[in-house]
Design a protein around this ligand. Structure first.
Ligand SMILES: *Cc1c(COP(=O)(O)O)cnc(C)c1O
Length: 384
């Protein structure tokens, strides 16, 4: 079976996790700080917190911004629910702006028209690994006094048009990564939040661990060495040392992962270029994306098959595929909670009707990719 995405675990990864298992600390040990430092060194951000998941990273970042309840946050409909959920957790209303038809990322003009006096937050997603137009989005945020959190769950290893790495927070208050096994780097489960803001960092540090601190310089009293105190209502979003050791080891191979993913994307693009009923992804010429997903757009009417039928045919050939994403506001909870109606973001809805993610992961071999390519090309054979 060729899945649409999958982790790659090396002998070094296994050795790194095993070393933690026989060490003194399974959690709260040295690996968490080492992984955080390595992510700062990689990206150039000043601060990093590694956490239990990408969702936890998003939640911490939004919570630490301390935006007034009832604020609005603008995000893309073309994302995993967690992006918008992080706003809902903090009583910020998620507002969806439409996407650009080529990059499938937030369209800056659509964001501009979604801004109201209540808008306080902007959360772009670097969809499939290609960075959103951060210079334009950052400019809008500056003009309107918005905070910016980049959801870079798809985009560790990617660079902006200026060539600098995603995670440096040059265009944002915070940037989050996910280390779920389907993402480019994995910790099993895990996430990280990067920031250059010392105040935001201190707040997130407190919120990651129940709002409790033991730091002598932060305590309201010092009755003895046992003393710690809860100063705000936080959560338990810590990462274990096993996870951090795995992430640290995986990070050593990021350049390799990126090169292979880009090579696979180039190979797909070339092999599928002549199909009239299919369009391959378009990367802006100045970007260097570490592709998380390989998404094609299919004209199912021209092909003469529904998407479910295509997915079943691929499955019969032992090839997995997936759909990224149903516009978030079309999930029942979102339409019921906020009253969002179909038609809100026509470009995202049109994109959703046509998209299909094909297998893309580091260990996908040329032979396996050829099998996917011939299965796709073969879809027309028994079309009526
Ligand atoms: C995976 C993902 C998340 C959530 O990450 P988890 O580690 O699974 O919590 C958030 N946003 C996007 C765009 C994602 O793809």
């Amino acid at each position: 079976m060729i899945p649409y995405g999958k982790q790659d675990i090396s002998a070094e990864d296994i050795a790194a996790v095993n070393a933690v298992l026989t060490s003194d600390y399974l959690t709260q040990g040295p690996k968490v700080a080492e992984f955080e430092q390595a992510l700062c060194d990689y990206s150039g951000a000043r601060y990093c917190l590694v956490v239990a998941s990408g969702t936890a990273a998003l939640h911490l970042a939004v919570a630490a911004l301390e935006l007034p309840a009832g604020s609005e946050g603008i995000t893309t409909p073309n994302t995993f629910a967690a992006t918008a959920n992080s706003m809902a957790y903090c009583s910020i209303q998620p507002v969806f702006a439409d996407i650009d038809p080529l990059s499938h990322n937030l369209c800056p003009a659509a964001v501009a028209s979604a801004i109201t006096p209540a808008t306080a937050l902007l959360t772009p997603v670097h969809f499939a690994g290609q960075t959103a137009d951060m210079p334009a989005l950052h400019r809008l945020a500056q003009q309107h006094g918005l905070k910016v959190i980049e959801d870079a769950a798809h985009a560790i290893g990617s660079c902006y048009a200026d060539g600098s790495p995603v995670g440096n927070c040059r265009y944002s208050d915070a940037t989050i990564f996910s280390f779920h096994p389907v993402k480019t780097l994995t910790c099993g489960e895990g996430g990280a939040v990067m920031t250059n803001d010392p105040i935001l960092y201190q707040r997130m540090l407190l919120l990651r661990s129940h709002g409790i601190t033991k730091d002598p310089s932060q305590l309201s009293q010092q009755p003895g060495p046992w003393y710690h105190e809860m100063q705000t209502l936080g959560w338990h979003y810590r990462m274990t040392d096993m996870q951090a050791a795995l992430g640290l080891s995986q990070l050593q191979r990021l350049t390799l992962f990126k090169a292979r993913r880009r090579a696979l994307v180039a190979r797909y693009n070339e092999a599928l270029a002549d199909l009239l009923w299919l369009s391959t992804p378009i990367e802006a010429p100045d970007l260097s994306s570490c592709f998380h997903l390989y998404v094609v757009q299919i004209d199912f009417v021209a092909l003469g098959k529904h998407r479910a039928q295509v997915m079943e045919e691929l499955l019969a050939a032992e090839i997995g595929s997936q759909v990224h994403y149903l516009p978030v506001y079309q999930h029942p909870w979102y339409s019921q909670q906020y009253g969002y109606k179909d038609g809100l973001c026509p470009v995202a809805e049109h994109y959703y009707q046509h998209c299909l993610s094909l297998p893309l992961y580091f260990s996908l071999s040329d032979e396996q990719q050829d099998k996917v390519i011939s299965a796709i090309r073969g879809l027309t054979e028994c079309a009526n």
